[in-house]
Design a binder for this molecule. Structure first.
Ligand code: SAH
Length: 311
């Protein structure tokens, strides 16, 4: 199978990440290995790259693509939430750089057969790691109409959340919703045509919110961000690439809290900042892909990259 996925902001991210060619690095979401390939190219003798992903089929593709770097790479099927445990198991306490490229890969969207795309007719699964937790189909066929509505609003700000949630519940009383096409058609016919968004498919937000819910994506990011500074050496670097504002907000907030541990009453400036900063963000506001990249790879258009260093 050919690899359709183009790594996003690959030069910007890898140039910042790799400071010492003989250092130890982590790619938390190897996918089909786009970023990892570039990281390997910049590493020298003694350098080591640890790659994680929860999707076995992506890992197989990454293994193939990265086979010429076998000597410096370890690919492990594990969630990045457990990065601390993975490193401990390898006898590593701190690393020189950690990359987290969020979202899903074009490979998963187009070729995994798991119902990520509203343009295809596939079983409505949406689990990134094939065997973890409930599928999107199980989710929408069982939860209450209020929970459905809440999820569509919380994870995608879908303005038609109430209407869509009701339509799903009504539909599932007749037959279970089991395919991506079935769901996409249901939403298309539920949102009045004159209100269909102009630039995106009317089912875009529903699909996004289900994917986030099924994979616990925001919880994963939060629990990763709680642990990550302590896994970096002094001067070690963190790069996070997000694809929507809910993800980016968590990263932004984390950088803010690392820079300024506000403990103690605000009135007393002496006690105000008890802890020295843990990490420093390198560019406030984050970085966006250039025009040329967005044109060549539309998937990159929503990307925002935040980078920082352990101090
Ligand atoms: N940078 C990669 C693309 C990453 S796409 C490349 O250039 O090819 C995002 C990847 O994150 C997907 O492969 C997905 O399976 C993986 N992923 C999602 N949740 C994860 C988790 N909790 N732990 C590890 N990987 C995860």
């Amino acid at each position: 199978m050919s690899i359709s996925h183009q790594p996003v902001m690959v030069d910007e991210s890898v140039n910042y990440l790799v400071t010492i060619p003989g250092g130890i690095y982590v790619d938390c979401t190897v996918g089909t290995g786009g970023h990892s390939f570039e990281i390997c190219k910049r590493m020298a003798y003694g350098g080591e790259l640890i790659c994680l992903d929860i999707d076995s089929s992506s890992i197989r593709l990454a293994e193939e693509r990265l086979s010429s770097f076998k000597d410096r790479i370890k690919i492990i099927k594990e969630s990045y939430v457990n990065l601390d445990k993975v490193l401990k198991g390898l006898g590593i306490s701190k690393v020189n750089g950690i990359l987290l490229d969020l979202g899903l890969s074009s490979y998963q969207l187009e070729s995994s057969g798991r119902g990520f795309s509203f343009l295809r007719d596939e079983p409505l699964d949406m689990r990134m790691g094939e065997e973890r937790g409930v599928t999107a189909s199980e989710l929408i066929n069982t939860i209450s109409v209020e929970e459905l509505q809440g999820l569509l609003w919380r994870y995608a700000q879908e303005r038609w959340a109430k209407l869509i949630a009701r339509a799903i519940v009504e539909k599932r009383q007749k037959e279970p919703i089991t395919s991506s096409r079935q769901l996409a058609l249901l939403i298309e016919s539920t949102i009045p045509t004159k209100y269909h968004p102009r630039k995106i498919h009317p089912a875009t937000k529903t699909f996004q919110s289900l994917r986030i819910a099924v994979n616990g994506e925001l919880q994963n990011i939060e629990s990763f961000l709680e642990k990550v500074p302590l896994l970096l050496q002094k001067g070690g670097r963190l790069v996070v690439i997000s694809y929507h504002s809910l993800e980016d907000r968590l990263v932004k907030r984390a950088f803010r809290s690392w820079e300024k541990k506000e403990i103690g009453p605000r009135k007393l400036p002496v006690f105000h900042q008890v802890h020295p900063p843990l990490m420093k963000e390198s560019k406030k506001g984050g970085l966006r892909p250039g025009q040329a990249e967005v044109k060549a790879n539309p998937r990159s258009r929503s990307a925002i990259m935040r980078t920082g260093e352990r101090v």
